[in-house]
Design a protein around this ligand. Structure first.
Ligand code: BGC
Ligand code: BGC
Length: 844
């Protein structure tokens, strides 16, 4: 067996770093941060405090010790702190991160949440002497109360943007607030006011629009919905919550659409494109702002005094508090998750310190005592937090369960009806040849595609789990799948809807029409960053499904689930009708409301949705916004067909355009922050296998364990540990074989590897290359040279794995790392590339 491996410095070849090379070192015109405060809008908050509010805050502040003050500016994660600890350390705030539930109980009921909220509240108001300051709990209710099982899940923001209905947005805010209050929580980390400019960004769907004007209008509507209108009884009443405008600033403006990246833009662009939601939110009374993980011209927002203090709190008159993002402070130069005077000094008032709060308190105390953080700055931070707590009624002497608003709010039918309306209004009709839609319910309709009866997929990220993965329909009680909605509408009119995810159907059932529901699988944050806008590059499984129907003369409807516009010209061509659904959430019936006609064939509802993001003409048009030069989309911002207009949309679209299979023409990624579709990660030995679910997988013996770990960003790597194990390891698998024959000639498998603890037995790279074909390669030399050296990129030519007669046309398991005994390795960025660097022979 011949072996060939080469090490590169990780940064020189590893995935996602292309940008490093493409960006000019310093473009003075753009990069100069002029800092011209005059160009920022001057606004003020309409929230008027009574004298009592100010007095209460000052009285408290005067009585607080420095320990109490420092504790007050800390926010810990609920899995990392107990109520008793919160009491002892005077913690000001807690949060539950994405997918984090009381006592890690996925099925936690509203009562479980309330009980936890009460426990923290009670602890906070019974201090050992000192001031009794109620703790405040924040949660990501970014499309409804997503972490709570059974909550109403509204369409994600991109879909709401398409609805272009500010009053609807306000009502969604009201409904969300009431569900959150029913669980005892006072504060939500929403709305996201990102104006996403690059659709490769994994958080594009959290953005209402690429159009700043739409974001501006929605910002005000959502803040008023969540918090209530300032100056009215509703404002921060028992039925409302505190809102967060996030992520300040230009999270949607980073180069390459990189999550947590760098916005290399002028101050003018910052003001005109990315800022408009913030003054609108401030004028609607927003009480908190979250700092962005991202940077502006190389300077992280968490340390940006000019933007946080001078612009936001000064010029724009924001008198609430600024919360940091999840350990965002730890990313500042010179900081760690447990120490960061820079962030506090720059203007972060509450640190989302999550786990390291104890050490952070200790360090911050020392920094205050040494004067590195001034008492004036600490007082200002505490004053802002207290002011918001007083305004929100936290000091009214009632526990969360005594101010719960409507106890039965979670997932109630009124909210679901509202969400269903939002689904109807958010759908955008891109194509409707021969007026195929609306479908008569008096026919036989085949409903195919992996999104048809898949609530996880229609809900997207921030739904029960952080990434929105690892859930089944049972995890969404009360929700309706898209298929179920269609079936209800069709069957009540005497027709028939047949569910068949793979599109197979019995010979005696000839469908009159086929609906295929497909699109992106759930993701959140950086794990959703992509390198090309092409949908299913190379694989085109859904295209094949569509073509199967068209070949049989069956008219086809594409219902496309996605968190952003993607290049789908081949799929558009293979569909008679095509609807962009975005990420509709829990109320799938809203889709049938529009696409299925009444008994007489008349539409029950017309399409209202109009694109809130421009739709690309090529996979390369990742930056495609009306204010950019050479704006040439396939469908413009605002596009959307209606039944009333009778327009049918495009006929034949070009499929052979620039960038097809490009960007990564020769790159087949398997794992980039997460297993990419359609790959699944398993842990296997010769007897059994277990799918990696969420962040963890183990075989029953627990002698081999896989966990997600951090390489460049959170949870972008996989760590495998062997503990006195039989031969076992990590294994990538999918249903459909992959043709790697081209790569056998001149390609390689490339991955980043870290040898945490050198395996006592041989570490092997293994490939399942079809029936009776399993090839392996010992990585002895790689392990020896890599031990203790941190991350290195490993390149293995495929020919080093192959035998002479191998074709690699039917690869079912393209990547596996196996060992036995003891040891631990981590792996990330696994991909096949057409390689030019492998001109060295495989060593013996
Ligand atoms: C948490 C999320 C958080 C993320 C930060 C996850 O572990 O569950 O809430 O947003 O880390 O990147
Ligand atoms: C996200 C925020 C979120 C926070 C808490 C972060 O990773 O960027 O949007 O509010 O986690 O879950």
């Amino acid at each position: 067996m011949l072996i060939k491996m080469r090490f590169f410095k990780a940064a020189s070849v590893s995935g996602g770093l292309l940008g490093l090379f493409l960006i000019p070192a310093c473009n003075n015109e753009v990069r100069q941060s002029v800092k011209d405060i005059e160009i920022w809008p001057q606004v003020s908050s309409p929230v008027r405090d009574t004298d009592a509010v100010g007095k209460k805050v000052e009285d408290l502040l005067a009585r607080m010790t420095v320990e109490e003050k420092v504790g007050q500016i800390m926010q810990a994660e609920i899995q990392a702190i107990t109520p008793e600890e919160a009491r002892i350390y005077h913690i000001g705030s807690i949060l539950n991160g994405g997918g984090s539930t009381p006592h890690r109980k996925k099925n936690a009921t509203a009562a479980d949440w309330l009980a936890m909220a009460d426990a923290f509240y009670k602890a906070s108001v019974t201090p050992d002497g000192g001031a009794a300051i109620p703790i405040i709990w924040g949660t990501d209710a970014v499309h409804g109360h997503g972490n709570v099982i059974g909550a109403t899940l509204f369409p994600h923001n991109i879909g709401l943007g398409a609805a272009r209905n500010p009053e609807l947005i306000r009502q969604i805010g009201v409904a969300t607030a009431s569900e959150v209050r029913a669980t005892g929580i006072d504060w939500v980390f929403a709305p996201t006011l990102a104006v996403a400019q690059n659709d490769r960004w994994g958080r594009s769907y959290e953005s209402y629009s690429e159009d700043p004007e739409l974001v501006r209008v929605y910002a005000a509507a959502m803040v008023k919905g969540l918090q209530g209108e300032p100056g009215t009884q509703a404002f921060l009443s028992d039925q409302r919550v505190i809102a967060t405008a996030k992520h300040f600033l230009a999270d949607g403006g980073t180069a390459g659409g990189d999550d947590q990246g760098d916005a290399r833009i002028s101050e003018r662009e910052l003001v005109e494109i990315h800022n408009p939601g913030y003054p609108a939110a401030i004028e609607a009374g927003v009480q908190t702002v979250m700092a962005s993980f991202s940077s502006w011209n190389g300077e992280k927002l968490h340390g940006h005094k000019y933007l946080l203090t001078d612009v936001l709190k000064g010029r724009m008159g924001f008198d609430g508090f600024v919360v940091g993002d999840w350990n965002g402070h730890g990313q500042l130069p010179g900081c760690t998750n447990a120490s960061c005077p820079q962030a506090i000094n720059a203007g972060i008032d509450l640190l989302m310190v999550t786990h390291d709060w104890k050490a952070m308190i200790e360090n911050t105390l020392a920094q205050v005592r040494s004067g590195e953080i001034s008492m004036a700055r600490l007082d200002d931070a505490v004053r802002r937090i207290l002011r918001v707590k007083v305004r929100a009624g936290l000091f009214d002497g009632k526990s969360p369960s005594e101010r719960v608003g409507n106890r039965s709010a979670v997932g109630n039918s009124r909210h679901r009806a509202l969400a269903r309306q939002a689904v109807r209004e958010s759908l955008v009709l891109l194509k409707n040849s021969n007026k195929l839609l609306p479908l008569s319910p008096r026919q036989t309709i085949l409903v195919a595609g992996d999104g048809a009866d898949n609530i996880s997929k229609q809900a997207g990220g921030w739904s029960v789990t952080w990434q929105g993965t690892d859930t089944t329909n049972q995890d969404f009680p009360g929700a309706t799948s898209i298929y179920k909605g269609i079936s209800d509408a069709v069957e009540s009119a005497g027709g028939k809807a047949v569910l068949s995810a793979d599109g197979e159907y019995p010979a005696d059932l000839k469908p009159d029409v086929a609906i295929v529901v497909y699109g992106e699988d759930p993701y959140a944050e950086g794990q959703g960053d992509i390198t090309t806008l092409e949908f299913e590059p190379r694989l085109k499984n859904n295209l094949a499904l569509l073509k199967k129907f068209t070949a049989q003369g069956i008219p086809t409807v594409s219902l496309f689930i996605s968190g952003r516009p993607l290049w789908v010209n081949p799929e558009l061509n293979a569909s008679d009708a095509f609807v962009a659904l975005w990420l509709p959430g829990s109320e799938g019936a809203g889709v049938a409301d529009v696409i299925v006609a009444d008994k007489d064939g008349n539409p029950r509802y017309d399409f209202k949705g109009r694109l809130s993001f421009s739709w690309p003409r090529t996979p390369l048009q990742e930056v495609l916004n009306p204010h950019h030069p050479n704006y040439d989309p396939l469908f413009r911002l605002g596009y959307g067909l209606t039944y009333a207009s009778g327009e049918e949309g495009p006929t034949e679209l070009l499929e052979d355009v620039d960038g097809v299979d490009a960007g990564s023409a020769d790159d087949i990624p398997l794992y980039a922050g997460r297993p990419l579709e359609p790959w699944r990660v398993f842990i296997t030995n010769h007897e059994r296998s277990q799918i990696l679910s969420g962040a963890f997988a183990a075989l029953p013996e627990q002698d081999v364990v896989i966990r997600t770990s951090d390489k460049d960003t959170q949870e972008d790597a996989l760590t495998v540990s062997w503990q006195n194990a039989q031969l076992a390891g990590l294994f990538f698998h999918q249903g459909r074989p992959l043709d790697l024959s081209r790569y056998l000639v001149e390609g390689a498998v490339v991955f980043d590897l870290k040898i945490d603890r050198p395996p006592t037995d041989e570490l092997k790279l293994v490939m399942q290359c079809g029936s009776g074909c399993e090839r392996e390669l010992p990585l002895t030399e790689t392990v020896r040279r890599g031990a203790g050296k941190g991350w290195r990129t490993v390149t293995v030519r495929l020919s080093c794995l192959a035998r002479e007669t191998d074709t690699f046309e039917q690869v079912t398991g393209p990547f596996s790392l196996q060992s036995s005994g003891k040891g631990q390795v981590s792996v990330a960025n696994i991909r096949f590339v057409m390689n030019t660097e492998t001109n060295v022979d495989c060593p013996d």
